[in-house]
Design a protein around this ligand. Sequence first.
Ligand code: NAD
Length: 366
Amino acid sequence: MKQYRFALIGCGRISKNHIAAAIANRDIMKLAAVCDPVTERAEKKAADLFAGTGEKPAVYADYHKMLQEMDLDCCAIATESGYHARIALDCIRAGKHTLVEKPMALSTADAEQMIREAKEHGVTLGVCHQNRFNAPIRQLHKALENGRFGKLVSGSARILWNRTMPYYEQAPWRGTWAQDGGTLMNQCIHGIDLLQWSLGGEPDTVMAMTGNYLRKIEAEDFGAILIRFKNGAVGMVEGTACIYPKNLEETLSVSGATGTAVIGGLAVNRVETWNFSAPAAQDAEVAKLAGTDPKDVYGSGHNALYRNFITAADTRTEPLVSGAEGIKGMKIILAAYKSQKTGLPVKFDGLEFSTLDMTHDDVKVE
Ligand SMILES: NC(=O)c1ccc[n+]([C@@H]2O[C@H](COP(=O)([O-])OP(=O)(O)OC[C@H]3O[C@@H](n4cnc5c(N)ncnc54)[C@H](O)[C@@H]3O)[C@@H](O)[C@H]2O)c1
């Protein structure tokens, strides 16, 4: 496989995982440019990459100029969420395979346009739901693919985290409807993606209660969601940025007629329960994982996600987290927002909604 030439657009908090992925995958990719209007951030990432690979990428403040001047195959986008759709569409129209941080967009219309245009321009679109690559989650999916759970009944995603005011003040776009959404859209979307993926990937109806309780932000800092899937299974989400005094857990549970699995720890990376009616060869591999739990809430899934994305671009196949997959978690959250706003259950198919349809009054808790 050739070495794919990447640019990273956005060099803030999460960019370190993209740099680490570029270093880990340097046999098949070369991070040729880094871009951020705050050029010292881009310079810092260029230095980090140099320390890991001995190669210095070009540094840009303006991605339009970068797209014109650089010979690139792929762009990775890690800016404020509210800019993802605009920048992704510019990259797609420039013929670049595009990997975008989560959430891929903040409205169903934008996400659908990204998927449509990526297809029209013949480029690969991927979304950074890196937790799908966590070793215990891969095992859970192997068990699902092999039918070990039997008829699926229910599952839950519990994201019991803490984000304090300094976190929001450090980057004022966080917690705003225009640029981010609340804790469901920012922190909980990974868990929600895993839940929908595990329960069949075809949501039917979404009901939610959300609220802004403790943090002085526009959007919600807590949300509870119920999802009925087309196969009848029910998913439950408890998502919060308000857990006292610090991050407690992110846990996915899946339960069926002949199996139950719970993957927990700080960020869905520790096997907690693994019970199946019939033993299988994978159980020995799962036993080896028991007790491990990486400290970093972002995990190290970006490395595997990049490799999967590049392989998909190279073989003209869909990456594990394609645009069509990435839209689902985002759309469940937009359905939850609509349900909170209207007080009614929301049908998933045909939903058209945006974070901009929400106001602080929709989530204010007196
Ligand atoms: N996958 C994950 O686990 C994970 C974790 C954290 C954040 N994220 C996502 O990554 C994105 C960035 O989050 P963050 O916490 O790193 O934000 P941040 O505010 O720390 O960084 C965003 C950076 O993008 C830059 N930027 C803005 N406009 C730009 C443009 N036109 N061109 C180039 N750069 C531009 C900003 O100057 C800033 O440096 C968000 O969408 C967030 O939801 C994902």
